[in-house]
Write a protein that binds this ligand. Structure first.
Ligand SMILES: [Fe+2]
Ligand SMILES: [Fe+2]
Length: 248
């Protein structure tokens, strides 16, 4: 499991954990993110149960585990949060922020100690020390209850499965040639994203934000002009398509 620093200023730091070359081949590679402020930290989409020990050892090299007071799960998928039962033992006092619609499902992953903070459909904000993080609605992209995390100070949007690409664990961290990258994203978005209306609604919402880095849960990070290229490409893409046309 590799650790990359994405952003740092006086108040907080963003780290990404990923490119895990020890993960089993048949499991999709995931990116985990953390925001570390003065006294607290928010761990986002902490990953699958198989990843837990690699994640925990990567995280505790960076900060004491009990500083992680908040967890976030963008939606209910196993690659997002099936590790919950183990984090529940490691961080018994933490709060999990997740869509209200998934509360009674996510708890099947095991949650005896952690507190569930249900995010309403319209989104909400979390303040940790001096840092404000906004939970931005991204419903049906791909899950029926789904949020991104936006940091206006760092200009980072953690976009979950939006912008995801399927590629090898040694792929570069950032998108270099956007046109070349399309092939790795197209099928994922067409097949897993069910609604053009929800997609266009999200694009309109994100265009109003100042985003320098868009960080998906799979694949590479979009930086600078590539964020705008992604929004233009995604807006024009027909989603909710299955079968042969999705892989052409
Ligand atoms: Fe997902
Ligand atoms: Fe995912």
């Amino acid at each position: 499991m590799k650790t990359h620093k994405l952003f740092e200023n006086n108040s907080h730091t963003w780290l990404m954990f990923g490119r895990d070359d020890e993960k089993p081949n048949e499991i999709i590679d995931t990116n985990q993110y953390i925001v570390i402020s003065n006294k607290n930290a928010l761990l986002m989409d902490p990953g699958g149960i198989e990843l837990f020990s690699a994640m925990l050892s990567a995280v505790i090299k960076q900060l004491p585990a009990d500083k992680i007071t908040h967890l976030f799960a963008s939606h209910q998928d196993p690659d997002i949060i099936s590790s919950l039962g183990l984090w529940d033992q490691a961080l018994p006092s933490a709060t999990l922020h997740s869509p209200w619609i998934w509360e009674s499902f996510i708890k099947h992953f095991g949650m005896n100690n952690i507190t569930y903070s249900a995010i309403p459909d319209e989104g909400s904000s979390l303040k940790i020390d001096q840092v404000t993080l906004d939970f931005i609605p991204a419903h049906y992209l791909h899950s029926s209850g789904n949020f991104n995390v936006y940091d206006a100070e760092a200009k980072i949007l953690m976009s979950g499965d939006i912008g995801a690409a399927l590629e090898s664990v040694d792929a570069p961290l950032y998108v270099e040639d956007f046109d070349e990258h399309i092939d790795k994203m197209k099928m994922f978005h067409q097949r897993w994203m069910p609604s053009n209306e929800a997609k266009n609604d999200w694009v309109r919402r994100v265009r109003k934000l100042d985003v320098d880095m868009m960080c998906p849960q799979h694949g590479r990070i979009f930086k600078g002009d590539n964020v705008k290229r992604f929004l233009d490409w995604f807006e024009a893409l027909e989603v909710g398509i299955i079968g042969r046309s999705a892989s052409e």
